[in-house]
Design a protein around this ligand. Structure first.
Ligand code: HEM
Length: 129
């Protein structure tokens, strides 16, 4: 498999991930029950699993190890965990509309940070460009 093709697939899954997240947050911030479409419940998990699997493949192939020799990948993995945890607050676990809105905005900011860390290959993210 070509490294570049996998990298571009990984980038495409990243953009689909944030698109689906914003769609779900748009529905769920007023009321989580508004996410009643089966596809919208399943597709993000399929997409995000592929995103992660290809990320791991790229890391192995390029011998960049999070918590090892690659600070930008460490930043990405920590960011990914926060994106998932705070993302569920936005679309499921947040008790009030305000909480869900705050969590949705924070998740989008964290995604932008992760993307910047990937492009700049630095934990400083966009600030390093
Ligand atoms: C929300 C999560 C993620 C986003 C938004 C994201 C985004 C990106 C982007 C945009 C690139 C291309 C950067 C460039 O060269 O211009 C990239 C590359 C890469 N990502 Fe991810 N990624 C995510 C998760 C992960 C995870 C969890 C891992 C590994 C455990 C990972 C490993 C990699 C690797 C190794 C590259 C290849 C860098 C290169 O060869 O230049 N990514 N990622």
């Amino acid at each position: 498999m070509s490294y570049l093709a996998v990298k571009h697939a990984h980038m495409m899954f990243a953009l689909i991930s944030i698109t689906l997240f914003m769609l779900r947050a748009w529905l769920a911030v007023p009321s989580p029950a508004r996410i009643n479409n089966k596809l919208l419940k399943i597709l993000p998990h399929v997409n995000d699993t592929l995103l992660l699997a290809l990320g791991v493949w790229l890391a192995v192939q390029s011998q960049q190890i999070p918590f090892g020799n690659s600070p930008w990948l460490t930043a990405k993995v920590i960011g990914l965990v926060l994106y998932i945890v705070i993302g569920t607050l936005a679309i499921k676990r947040g008790k009030t509309r305000g909480q869900r809105l705050g969590a949705a905005l924070a998740s989008i900011a964290i995604f932008a940070y992760i993307y910047g860390a990937a492009v700049s290959k630095s934990p400083l993210s966009w600030l390093a460009l």
